[in-house]
Design a binder for this molecule. Structure first.
Ligand code: NDP
Ligand code: HSE
Length: 423
């Protein structure tokens, strides 16, 4: 074991407590031979026997059959994993940041050493999304994956939605409860979700997708007023990771992005509360598949790590190996302009005959099709608030339509433009 913090402690505890079960499943007894940490003398959970602790991570990485990396971050995790492969070890990790940044190098090193490389815990904690995409969907063509893959941001948005808290208040609560780190950047700015989106897209579309290929927007700008407006439209705001395949007259390739979006209240992702995660896979033959569960936390994440440990151990005993990286499709990675999304546009208009016709004409002129229109009286004169939800549109068309609306005298103000996902 490399690292013994939130997740590692639970992995050691379960390996020791349930050793008979794991021996039966793997076909051989699994012995924890060493646990490398930064400070071997620091006080820790009593589930971790002190005699196993060491600060010699290189020795642990290079003298075992299986190496479980739960340090996190890029270095020294990358160097230790590469050393483990060279020493003939199979590696299990939950390190999405490392895979999103250096996946191809790690897959190639594992293949060259003819060992296993597993990372179920890297995406959505306990939920078996990696297995589903890599193995269960091997007989199908995935068309899109839509997910809530960051528990911290879902917790914050849920607190804002259910308790009317501001972003800052909800973030402070998340930090008090230990969901958000003291430096919450990776979560609230969408970087953690983006790393997971890159892994999801690579697996779903058999194409190498790195962190730089993901268009990212976090949740810092979501306000309590945005949430109230979302409720008025029958929606919740969720931070979504979206991986989409496009193969139409305008674009061929994949679009991968992370951003907040309105989700209709009757969509399954809208009822994902607290720090839970959920992933919706759409595939040509299977249709829709929904996965839901705990995306973080020591024991739930340990469950995913241990499933990989059992698989890698069984290969040592009985032969066989983990599926290799599959990037044969090598689809083009499309830029943010290729994202096809529904939009909700809120306008303040002059409530006169013909205003709605003018608004509809602007959308039509820019090839944006309207799905629904709702008008509410605006207090204080002959003005109305019109809320328009579009069908899926390219961002360039939507932006052109919004610019056109701004130049119409009857349109007093474009109040907000928000993306809508989930149908
Ligand atoms: P923690 O920060 O709780 O633990 C990190 C561990 O790594 C600590 O034991 C630390 O030692 C050890 N460590 C740090 N630097 C070194 C080093 N240079 N050499 C040896 N050991 C070192 O992390 P988590 O358990 O939360 O996360 C581990 C991994 O799992 C990460 O990749 C994370 O992204 C992933 N993950 C975590 C989830 C979660 O809910 N926490 C969910 C899904 C994935 P010491 O104890 O001495 O400080
Ligand atoms: N920080 C992550 C989250 C942990 O909030 O979901 C799991 O990757």
């Amino acid at each position: 074991m490399l690292g013994c913090g939130t997740v590692g402690t639970q992995v050691v505890r379960l390996l020791l407590e349930q050793s008979e079960e794991f021996a039966a499943r793997a076909g051989a007894r699994l012995e924890v031979t060493g646990v490398a940490v930064r400070d071997a003398s620091a006080p820790r959970d009593q589930a971790v026997p002190r005699e196993l602790l060491t600060d010699d991570a290189t020795r642990v990485a290079t003298s075992n059959d299986l190496v479980i990396e739960l340090i996190g971050g890029i270095e020294p995790a990358r160097t230790l994993i590469l050393a483990a492969f060279r020493a003939g070890a199979s590696v299990i990790t939950g390190n999405k940041a490392l895979i999103a940044a250096h996946g191809p190098e790690l897959y190639a090193a594992a293949a060259a050493a003819e060992v296993d490389f597993y990372y179920e815990a890297a995406v959505a904690g306990a939920i078996p999304v990696v297995y589903a995409l890599r193995e269960s969907m091997a007989g199908d063509l995935v068309t899109s994956v839509l997910g809530i893959v960051n528990g911290t941001t879902n917790y914050i948005l849920d607190e804002m939605s259910t308790k009317g808290l501001s972003f800052d208040q909800a973030l402070a609560t998340a930090q008090e409860l230990g969901y958000a780190e003291a430096d919450p950047t990776a979560d609230v700015d969408g970087l953690d979700a983006a790393a997971k989106a890159a892994i999801i897209a690579s697996l779903a579309f058999h194409t190498r997708v790195g962190l730089d290929d993901v268009t990212v927007e976090g949740i810092r700008s979501v306000t309590a007023a945005d949430i109230r407006e979302a409720h008025a439209s029958g929606c919740e705001i969720k931070l979504l990771a979206i991986a989409q395949r496009r193969d139409d007259d305008h674009a061929r390739g994949i679009s991968v992005r992370v951003h907040p979006a309105l989700v209709p209240a009757d969509h399954p992702l809208a009822s994902v509360h607290g720090a839970f995660n959920a992933v919706l896979i759409e595939a040509q033959s299977a249709g829709r598949l929904m996965f839901y569960g705990q995306g973080a936390g020591g024991a739930p994440t340990a469950s995913a790590v241990l499933s990989d440990v059992v698989a890698a151990a069984a290969h040592r005993v009985h032969g066989g190996q983990a599926p290799r990286e599959s990037s044969y499709a090598d689809l083009p990675i499309l830029g943010p302009e290729a994202a096809l999304t529904r939009y909700q546009v809120q306008l303040r208009v002059d409530d006169q005959p013909g205003s709605l016709a003018i608004v509809a004409g602007v959308f039509a002129e820019h090839e944006v099709s309207i799905d629904s229109v709702r008008q509410s009286a605006y207090v204080g004169g002959s003005r109305a608030v019109v809320t328009i939800v579009t069908h899926r549109a390219a961002v360039a068309h939507l932006e052109a339509a919004v610019a056109g609306l701004r130049s119409e005298a009857r349109v007093l103000d474009v109040v907000s433009v928000q993306r809508v996902e989930g149908e």
